[in-house]
Design a protein around this ligand. Structure first.
Ligand SMILES: [Mg+2]
Length: 261
């Protein structure tokens, strides 16, 4: 078995669920790093800047928590510098567009008179009819439609809540346009991960650990690496995914990986 050098880890449903960490997840990450694996965190959550998730991991005792990518950052790789981007998403997308050299435009009444090159849609709980109207007008006016991710729901302590993909579906329906998709399992996120890890990255030496087959499992296929499914998050949602192993939680996945290394 080819050795595992890189472990790419989903966050929601794997490292934590809502406000609580999955039991043993922090210790498992620490053990992987102690044994020399390079651990990367990849989340489709676009709502907050990466520093938010880095701080949460760091506060829990995880080292190298800045080895982290959000779907907002993947979406921002689809923006040219100085492009004007309507933000139909949370502060994480606004941050990522600025960081990538684009010009974020707030989705307010003033945005109607602006020239816009792109619209990025992601999860934002303030989404309403007026924001949908402005996003749709921008797309009909020629702006590229980009989605941070296509997840229609995400898990919460009280069950599944509507995700960014549900908001994106509304913009697609209102415009008749299909969005370019950035996050897992799509190519922009795979390219962003490979670029961040660097030229030494070899997918055959990597494993993706995630809970959602349609995003994490297919993302492993997009990257060309193996997939370990954990059942600490959402239930398996598609059947056409090759699974290297299926285990209860991250700590079990790490025991399996370290046994194989
Ligand atoms: Mg997940």
């Amino acid at each position: 078995m080819t050795s595992v050098r890189y472990v790419i880890c989903d966050l929601d449903g794997v490292v934590w669920n809502g406000d609580s960490f999955v039991v043993g997840s922090v210790e498992a990450i620490t053990q992987l790093q102690r044994e020399g694996a390079s651990v990367w965190f990849v989340t489709n959550n676009s709502n907050k800047p990466p520093s938010h998730y880095e701080q949460r991991l760091g506060d829990a005792g995880v080292d190298h928590a800045s080895q982290l990518l959000t779907s907002a950052q993947a979406a921002a790789t689809l923006i040219e510098s100085n492009e004007r981007v309507l933000i139909c998403a949370g502060p994480g997308v606004e941050w990522a567009v600025s960081e990538a050299g684009g010009v974020p435009i707030a989705n307010t009444e003033d945005a109607v008179c602006e020239r816009l090159d792109a619209v990025i849609v992601g999860l934002h709980i303030e989404f309403d009819y007026a924001r949908l109207d402005r996003a749709a007008r921008a797309v009909r006016g020629g702006a590229r439609l980009i989605g941070t991710n296509s997840d229609t729901t995400f898990p919460t302590a009280t069950g599944e809540a509507p995700g960014g993909g549900a908001i994106l579906a509304a913009v697609e329906a209102a415009t008749g346009q299909k969005a370019l998709l950035a996050g897992k399992p799509h190519a922009p996120m795979a390219a962003a991960v490979a670029a961040r890890i660097g030229p030494e990255f070899r997918p055959e030496n990597a494993v993706m650990i995630g809970d959602r087959y349609s995003t994490d499992g297919r993302f492993a296929a997009e990257l060309g690496c193996r997939f370990i499914a954990v059942s600490s998050g959402v239930a398996p949602d598609v059947e056409d995914v090759v699974v290297w192993n299926r285990v209860p939680c991250l700590a079990d996945a790490v025991r399996f990986v370290t046994g194989e290394r």
